[in-house]
Structures are given as structure tokens and as C-alpha cells.
Design a binder for this molecule. Structure first.
Ligand SMILES: *Cc1c(COP(=O)(O)O)cnc(C)c1O
Length: 380
């Protein structure tokens, strides 16, 4: 039987046509017509003040860290159940990630534990919306405002997802999206920085363009362009933007198809949850997720490890997610934890992510569900 890969990136619309147009247009460097179209779409969809395409979500987070003017020793609160870039972006500025435990239901940062982790050095809180399910942004936003900390949203997984009807990525001072080939809308490698405060827009653009006012120069707003600030080359080429533009045009259809597959897993696995042999994702009523991830939680880490082995030997590429950052060598070196991280350790050891990609068939979802039933010894 053919393997069921964990992810399969695909061409969904006019990608080849737009790639050809980018080449024919003789503008292959960044910030060209495709980049502008993608950014306009992002600004409209997320309601942010300014969207800047980047070569990854990782560098979008790095730009946010630069824009916050972090000093060595400044602290940034975040979950340990996170991707390495969530922490690395701040460690590069010599800031210290401070890990807080996650909620048992959504696996997002536990908003009730943030304040106890704050010190006079706390400068920012990172809200990572796992699986496109929003963190509790009402309380996080209120706490951050009261304590004078910035909110940065790691919205890598969040395209077209919202919290109380408002797009994820639009709550913090900055939001960072990813278009990596494992995400819902892809460009191979790619991302975007969402700037939500008009006061940050000009500097964000300067940092994006290697510390120069090149963008203003091209808009005719300055006589010559010159070096003004720190910065780097964060722009993707027009080739990347052309591919992304084609995906963006199909974003709603991709979202609907992913949701259909997600719901199918959810229905197939409902009886197993009732039997108590696994737990399915919990999505609070006020969170409109985007079906980015389908995961299950097993009763113990042993059952999880055995299930992963069984699925893989049956040709199904399921994976775990994440190795908690506080338990990694770099996490121990560069970060500290606030309070215990029992929920993080527990959930990360019991989680399995199932294959989910547009183009998967109902038959393949059925095959995965059947393999899970077989391994967990549940009759249909
Ligand atoms: C994918 C991901 C990233 C990194 O995105 P890149 O575009 O690959 O840099 C960061 N944070 C989270 C939560 C992610 O899922």
C-alpha cells in the first residue's frame, strides 16, 4: 500500500502561470508587484496596518524582536510547547525566554500563569496560537496593557483563523505568519510580519529593507536612499511572492477542504474518545480555527510511542510535536522557566499529529483511523 505522507505540498491554482509572469516581468528581487498584491491581501484579511512579506516566519519574529529594541537580559514570556524560532528570535537579541505552562485544553499558553512570571525585566509576551486556535487574547491583551509589555503573536499556523471574530495576528503589536510548505497556504519558505500599530510601520519597513529607506525612495518620498537603522535582508524574491499569490487566490477553498478533512478525522475518532482511549482536539466556541493540525492525545507516553511506531510501520507518517523547549540543550542554556511545566511535559509526551493535507482522500483518512483503532484494540 502507498505510504500516506505527513504533508504533501501541492500546486492549487495559477502557480506556474505566475512564476512565468514573474520571470517575464524582469523583476525577480523583492518588493515587486506580486509582493505588493500579497501584502494587500494580508492587510485586508488580517486588518493589520502593514503586512511585510518575509523569507520565513522565523525572520518575521526576528524583526519583531528588533522592533521591540530588546536589551540583553530583557525577558520575554512564552510557552515551552513551541517551535525553536519562537525562542530563538529573542535569544538572538540576548533576551531571555521565560517559559510558562500551557492550558490542558488548547495547549496554548496558560494566561492565568503569565502575571506570576513577570518581573521588572519583562518586555513582551508571545502568544503562540497552536493549531490555529487562538490564545485567550482578551486576558493576555489586558494584562500586557496593564503591565506595559508588548504582545507578539506567533501566528505561524493561523492564516484565516480568528478569535471572537477577529483575525489572529491582529491582536498583538506584531504578528508573524508562516508560508512554509507544511502550513495551510504555502510559498515553499516564506512568512509575513503583521504590524498592527501605525507608529511601528515606518521603522518596520526600514528594518525589512536592510536598514535603509529604500521603500520610501521608490515611493518618491525621499531624494536618495541611505542607511538609517539596523536591518537585514528580510524580503523574499518575486518568485516566492508569485507562488504565494496563486495560493492566496485559493486560500478560502484550501481552508474549506482542510476543514472537511479535519471534521472527518473528528467524526471517525469520536467513538474512541467516548471509550476513553484517546482525546481529540478541543476548540473553544469563541475560536474559529483553520484546521491546520489534527492531533490526538493518548493516555500515556508509552501508548503514544507505540502508536507512532505502529502507524509508521503501516506506512502512515504521523509525528510528535514539539520537544518542549525547556528540556532542550539550548533551552536550558538560554532560557528559564517560571513555575512548573507539568502540563507541557505531560501533553507533549502524549501527542500525535496525523497526516493532513489538501488532496488527501476520505479513504486515506479512513485508513489512518482504522490503523489507530487496530493499534488501540478498538473494534469498529
Ligand atoms: C512553522 C512555525 C514557525 C516557523 O515558520 P518558518 O516560516 O518555517 O520560519 C514558527 N512558529 C510556529 C508556531 C510554527 O508552526
Amino acid at each position: 500500500m502507498a505510504r500516506i505522507p505527513f504533508n504533501r505540498p501541492s500546486v492549487v491554482g495559477r502557480e506556474y502561470e505566475y512564476l512565468q509572469a514573474a520571470v517575464a516581468g524582469r523583476h525577480l528581487s523583492g518588493n515587486g508587484p506580486f509582493t505588493k498584491r500579497c501584502q494587500q491581501w494580508l492587510e485586508q484579511k488580517t486588518t493589520c496596518r502593514l503586512a511585510l512579506l518575509t523569507t520565513s516566519c522565523t525572520v518575521a519574529l526576528e524583526m519583531a524582536a528588533l522592533l521591540l529594541n530588546l536589551e540583553p537580559g530583557d525577558e520575554v514570556i512564552m510557552p515551552s510547547f513551541a517551535f525553536v524560532s519562537t525562542a530563538n528570535a529573542f535569544v538572538l537579541r540576548r533576551a531571555v525566554p521565560v517559559f510558562v505552562d500551557v492550558r490542558p485544553d488548547t495547549l496554548n499558553i496558560d494566561e492565568t500563569k503569565i502575571e506570576a512570571a513577570m518581573t521588572p525585566r519583562t518586555r513582551a509576551i508571545v502568544a503562540l496560537h497552536y493549531a490555529g486556535v487562538g490564545c485567550e487574547m482578551d486576558s493576555i491583551g489586558a494584562l500586557a496593557a496593564r503591565r506595559g509589555a508588548a504582545v507578539v503573536e506567533d501566528a505561524a499556523q493561523c492564516i484565516l483563523a480568528s478569535y471572537r471574530g477577529r483575525p489572529l495576528g491582529s491582536f498583538g503589536r506584531f504578528g508573524a505568519l508562516s508560508f512554509h510548505e507544511t502550513k495551510n497556504v504555502i510559498a515553499g519558505e516564506g512568512g509575513a510580519l503583521l504590524v498592527n500599530d501605525a507608529a511601528d510601520a515606518e521603522r518596520a519597513e526600514i528594518i525589512w529593507e536592510k536598514g535603509t529607506n529604500r521603500s520610501q525612495f521608490f515611493r518618491g518620498r525621499t531624494e536618495k536612499y541611505t542607511w538609517l537603522d539596523v536591518g537585514s535582508s528580510y524580503l523574499p524574491s518575486e518568485v516566492t511572492a508569485a507562488f504565494l499569490q496563486a495560493q492566496i487566490e485559493e486560500a478560502d477553498r484550501l481552508a474549506a477542504e482542510r476543514m472537511r478533512l479535519w471534521q472527518r478525522y473528528h467524526a471517525e475518532l469520536e467513538p474512541l474518545e467516548r471509550l476513553g482511549v484517546l482525546r481529540r482536539p478541543i476548540v473553544p466556541e469563541h475560536c474559529q480555527h483553520n484546521a491546520h493540525i489534527y492531533y490526538v492525545l493518548l493516555p500515556t507516553s508509552k501508548v503514544r510511542d507505540d502508536l507512532l511506531t505502529a502507524l509508521r510501520s503501516g506506512g502512515i507518517d504521523a509525528v510528535f510535536h514539539y520537544v518542549p523547549l525547556h528540556s532542550s540543550p539550548a533551552g536550558r542554556r538560554y532560557a528559564r522557566q517560571a513555575g512548573d511545566l507539568c502540563v507541557t511535559d505531560d501533553l507533549a509526551s502524549r501527542l500525535v499529529r496525523l497526516p493532513l493535507w489538501v488532496g488527501m482522500t476520505d479513504g486515506q483518512i479512513g485508513t489512518v483511523a482504522e490503523a489507530i483503532r487496530r493499534e488501540l484494540d478498538v473494534a469498529r
